[in-house]
Design a protein around this ligand. Structure first.
Ligand SMILES: Nc1ncnc2c1ncn2[C@@H]1O[C@H](COP(=O)(O)OP(=O)(O)OP(=O)(O)O)[C@@H](O)[C@H]1O
Length: 235
């Protein structure tokens, strides 16, 4: 069952040229889908468009069988789409506990119990609950950002380069956390620079080049594709 259907979207910033030029992607229930491609291809723009942060000029976005093209970021969030940005994704001067609490602003009555669920799921957040978010390591911060994204009990998670700037060990741990979350049924759409590792845990992948679809297929097959690999995956 398709839960996200992005069809031939055209989008850009201000009056500048179009960045996305009829790009299309789908995400089915239970999938991890990864978007890869060269720098500036529009990968993050596509993710932000799904989150409602970049307006759609042409094309459509359907989520859960409903046309959400005209909804802004708050409206998309209310339908169950949760976006975890690449940068500035936690409040550094707030504690881990408060970062989680304020992320359930849609549903304050459930905030405390959901935070307990996050502590059970990610024990390091329970250990660090009183620590200021700015004192966390890069990997811990990304786990917090993902947990914040889950505090609204979303139906799909969007992750923008979750392993950017992490050590290989921390990146592996994060990919494990992403896989574990997906195994529980959470559909995930992500953009990743660590393309091989990301595709290997992905049901499917898309290659985006200059705002257009260039290729797609099962994640591991795309990672091993001799034509794709040297172009986008560092040989
Ligand atoms: N807020 C913005 N205002 C104007 N132009 C922007 C903005 N954000 C991105 N762009 C431009 O849009 C183009 C696509 O950027 P985007 O971040 O979507 O690419 P990307 O494929 O995610 O690349 P990267 O891997 O380098 O992050 C780039 O030319 C970028 O400079």
């Amino acid at each position: 069952m398709t839960i996200l259907d992005v069809a031939k979207v055209v989008a850009g910033y201000g009056a500048a040229e179009e960045i996305l030029k009829e790009a299309s992607i789908t995400v089915d229930a239970g999938e991890i889908v990864t978007i890869i491609g060269p720098n500036g291809a529009g990968k993050s723009t596509l993710l932000k468009l799904v989150a409602g942060l970049v307006p759609v000029r042409r094309g459509t976005v359907q989520f859960g069988g409903r046309d959400v093209t005209g909804l802004d970021a708050l409206g998309r969030s209310a339908t169950g789409i949760s976006f975890v940005p690449q940068e500035r994704n936690v409040f550094g001067t707030l504690t881990v506990a408060d970062n989680l609490l304020i992320s359930a602003y849609h549903d304050r009555a459930k905030a405390v119990s959901r935070r307990e669920t996050m502590y059970e799921r990610y024990p390091l957040l329970a250990e660090k609950r009183k620590a200021l978010a700015r004192t966390l390591s890069g990997g811990q911060r990304q786990i917090l950002a993902m947990a914040m994204g889950l505090m609204s009990a979303p139906k799909m998670l969007l992750l923008d380069e979750p392993t950017a700037g992490l050590s290989p060990k921390a990146a592996d741990a994060l990919f494990d956390a992403i896989t574990a979350l997906n195994r529980e049924g959470m559909p995930i759409l992500m953009v990743e620079q660590h393309a091989v590792e990301a595709l290997e845990i992905s049901t499917r992948g898309y290659v985006l080049v200059t705002g257009r679809n260039a290729a797609n297929g099962p994640g591991p097959a795309l990672a091993a594709d001799p034509e794709i690999r040297p172009l986008f995956l560092g040989g």
